[in-house]
Design a protein around this ligand. Structure first.
Ligand code: AQP
Length: 351
C-alpha cells in the first residue's frame, strides 16, 4: 500500500523542479543544520521533487570512529524523518548505498583542475593546523558535484557555507558539457533568507557546527533536553549595551544570532521581531524568550525521534527503499556519463 502511494507520487513529480541536498553524519546534529537545512527541506517538499542524502562518504574525509559513524548515520536518518521529511514525498537515502556516487566522482575528478579544489574555503579551514590532510578532504567538492549532477538537479538548498561548493559543481558540469556534449543540468544554489548561517553561541563570529557541538556552550544539539537548551542559551555570548536589534556590527553578532534564531523559528519579520522585544528588560528576557521558542520547536521532533528509534527495523526499511529509488535515477545517469567518456558498458561486450 505504502509502495503504491510512493510510486504514484513519483510519477506525478516529473514536472516539478528537482532538489538535491546532503548532510554529513559527522557528529551531533545542531540547530544550524536544522534551521539552515532540515526545516527548509521539509517546507519545500510539497512543490518540488526532493532527494535528501546522508553523505556518509563525505563524513569519512575526516577520521570517524567506525561504530560511531554507523550509529550517527541511523540517528541522523531518524532525526530527518522526525523533523518532517516524508518518505512518500521525498527520497531520503544513504550515499554509500548508491555506488554510482563514487564512480561519478572518479570520472569528474579526472577533469577537475586541482587548483579549483585548493581554492575552496572549507578545505582551507578544515586543513588548517592539521598534521595530515587526506586526499578525500581536498576531493570533497567533486564527490558533492557527483551527488548533485547524477540526479539532474535544478536546485541545491544549502547554508551560506556550502554555496562555494555548489558553484564548483556548476563549473564542473559546464566543463563536462563542453567536452562531452550536453549531459548535466546546471544546478542553482538556493540559500534561505534566514537561518543561512546560525553562529556559535560561545563565539558568534564562527558558524555553529556539528564537529564543535561537543564543546560546552557552542551549540544547541537537536537531542539536548530542555534544561540543557536553557543553560546553553543563558550562557550565549552577547555584549554590554543591552540593545535588542538586528545589526551587522561584529560586536553585536551574539544578539543578532539570537534574534535570527527567534526569527526563523517564529517566521516573523525583522520589524515584528524587534517589536516583540521592545519592552524586554535586557538580554535576560531575550534569552528566556529564545529558549522558549527553541524548546517548543524541538520538543515534537525529540518525541517523534524516540518513537522512530523504538522500531528501528521500520527505519531500515525506509532507508533500503530510499536507496532503491535513488539508484533508479543515478544508475542510468551514470551509464550515460560512462558512455560519453568511452568506458565499457555491460552491453558493449558480447559473450
Ligand atoms: N551553522 C549553520 N547555519 C546554517 N546552516 C548550516 N548548515 C550547517 N551548519 C549550519 C547546513 O546544514 C547542512 C548540512 O551540513 P553538512 O553536514 O553537510 O556540513 P556542514 O555545513 O559542514 O555542517 P556542520 O554542522 O558544520 O558539520 P561539520 O562540523 O561536520 O563540518 C548544509 O546545508 C549546511 O549548509
Amino acid at each position: 500500500m505504502m509502495e503504491d502511494k510512493f510510486n504514484a507520487v513519483s510519477n506525478t513529480a516529473k514536472l516539478k523542479k528537482r532538489v538535491f541536498s546532503g548532510v554529513q553524519p559527522s557528529g551531533d546534529v545542531q540547530l544550524g543544520n536544522y534551521l539552515g537545512a532540515f526545516k527548509q527541506w521539509v517546507q519545500g517538499q510539497q512543490e518540488k521533487e526532493n532527494f535528501f542524502c546522508i553523505v556518509d562518504m563525505h563524513a569519512l574525509t575526516v577520521y570517524q570512529e567506525p561504530a560511531k559513524l554507523l550509529e550517527q548515520t541511523k540517528m541522523l536518518a531518524a532525526l530527518l524523518f522526525a523533523s518532517g521529511i516524508d518518505p512518500n514525498r521525498s527520497t531520503l537515502f544513504v550515499q554509500s548505498q548508491v555506488t554510482a556516487h563514487a564512480e561519478a566522482c572518479w570520472i569528474l575528478n579526472c577533469m577537475t583542475p586541482i587548483g579549483w579544489l585548493e581554492r575552496m574555503t572549507q578545505y582551507k579551514d578544515k586543513s588548517l593546523n592539521q598534521e595530515r590532510v587526506s586526499v578525500g578532504l581536498l576531493d570533497y567538492p567533486v564527490l558533492m558535484a557527483g551527488d548533485i549532477l547524477l540526479y539532474d538537479t535544478n536546485e541545491v538548498p544549502v547554508g551560506e557555507d556550502q554555496k562555494q561548493h555548489v558553484e564548483l559543481s556548476r563549473d564542473i558540469a559546464q566543463r563536462f558539457n563542453r567536452i562531452y556534449g550536453d549531459t548535466f543540468v546546471i544546478p542553482e544554489p538556493v540559500i534561505p533568507e534566514v537561518g543561512a548561517r546560525i553562529m556559535g553561541l560561545d563565539n558568534p563570529l564562527i558558524k555553529m557546527s556539528k564537529s564543535h557541538a561537543h564543546i560546552k556552550g557552542h551549540a544547541i544539539r537537536l537531542l539536548d533536553d530542555d534544561k540543557e537548551i536553557e543553560r546553553t542559551i543563558k550562557r550565549a555570548v552577547t555584549d554590554s549595551d543591552n540593545v535588542i536589534q538586528f545589526s551587522r556590527e561584529p560586536e553585536k553578532a551574539g544578539v543578532n544570532n539570537l534574534l535570527g534564531i527567534y526569527k526563523v523559528i517564529t517566521g516573523r519579520t525583522i520589524n515584528q521581531v524587534e517589536s516583540d522585544f521592545q519592552d524586554a528588560r535586557g538580554y535576560g528576557d531575550l534569552k528566556a524568550r529564545v529558549s522558549e521558542v527553541v524548546i517548543e520547536e524541538l520538543q515534537p521532533i525529540k518525541k517523534k525521534y524516540s518513537e522512530i528509534m523504538d522500531d528501528s527495523s521500520e527505519l531500515d526499511r525506509l532507508l533500503i527503499r530510499g536507496a532503491e529509488r535513488a539508484r533508479s535515477y543515478a544508475d542510468p545517469k551514470l551509464m550515460d556519463i560512462k558512455e560519453r567518456v568511452g568506458l565499457v558498458l555491460p552491453g558493449n561486450l558480447v559473450k
